[in-house]
Design a protein around this ligand. Structure first.
Ligand code: 5GP
Length: 194
């Protein structure tokens, strides 16, 4: 028996720890699971590597990727463009390799329209207060920016019902284990077998 690849989408509010969670998962990746590196116009942060963390590009190049239909989805997140390369994802799914995306909520909802049998995982903070603390602790954003992100929280969480799973990121190791369990369970679904 064989099956097509499954698209796993990790998404959730900014600051909830999606990136750390993805890093933890990919430290000892599940077999046949590949991470799709996004393209962005934001500047690389210290320690980030081209092609591993993101494909860094400029706004004009990004717009030409949109125009030529090379992105599965794209969104403007906090004043920068972010997008998922279409060919990489579709080619891997077609040959039976599972693909992991870590994207924002707008992007996840767009993908759900294109690939409805993907598995959509919403990562939640233990509380909105804890989310505020994490945004402050990571020191990447101004106070105004943090307030703006927290103000989006209620609107973002209203989309929870469009997701298949929710994982509270209280403890990173436990949250990563839960995602591994979701991956294993989805791979065993009879309806996915061909
Ligand atoms: P950061 O700049 O902190 O790496 O990411 C900012 C936000 O953009 C995060 O919520 C991250 O999940 C999201 N993001 C990263 N890549 C993509 C992508 O390809 N598409 C969309 N829609 N969001 C993305």
């Amino acid at each position: 028996m064989s099956r097509k690849g499954i698209l796993f989408v990790i998404s959730g509010p900014s600051g909830v720890g999606k990136g750390t969670l993805r890093g933890k998962l990919m430290e000892t990746p599940c077999e046949d699971l590949i991470y799709s590196v996004s393209t962005t116009t934001r500047q690389p942060r210290l320690g980030e590597i081209e092609g591993r963390d993101y494909f860094f590009t400029d706004a004009d190049t990004f717009k030409s990727l949109i125009a030529s239909g090379e992105l599965l989805e794209w969104a403007v997140v906090y004043n920068n463009y972010y997008g998922t390369p279409k060919k990489f994802v579709l080619d891997n799914l077609e040959k039976g390799t599972d693909v992991l995306l870590e994207i924002d909520i707008q992007g996840a909802l767009k993908i759900k329209n294109v690939i409805p049998d993907g598995v959509f995982i919403f990562v939640l903070p233990p509380s909105v207060e804890e989310l505020g603390k994490r945004l402050n602790a990571r020191g990447k954003d101004s106070q105004l920016e943090i307030e703006r992100r927290l103000a989006c929280y209620d609107e973002e969480i209203a989309h929870l019902d469009k997701y298949d799973y929710m994982v509270v990121n209280d403890n990173i190791l436990e949250a990563a284990e839960k995602i591994r369990a979701i991956i294993t369970a989805e791979r065993c679904r009879v309806r996915r077998m061909q």
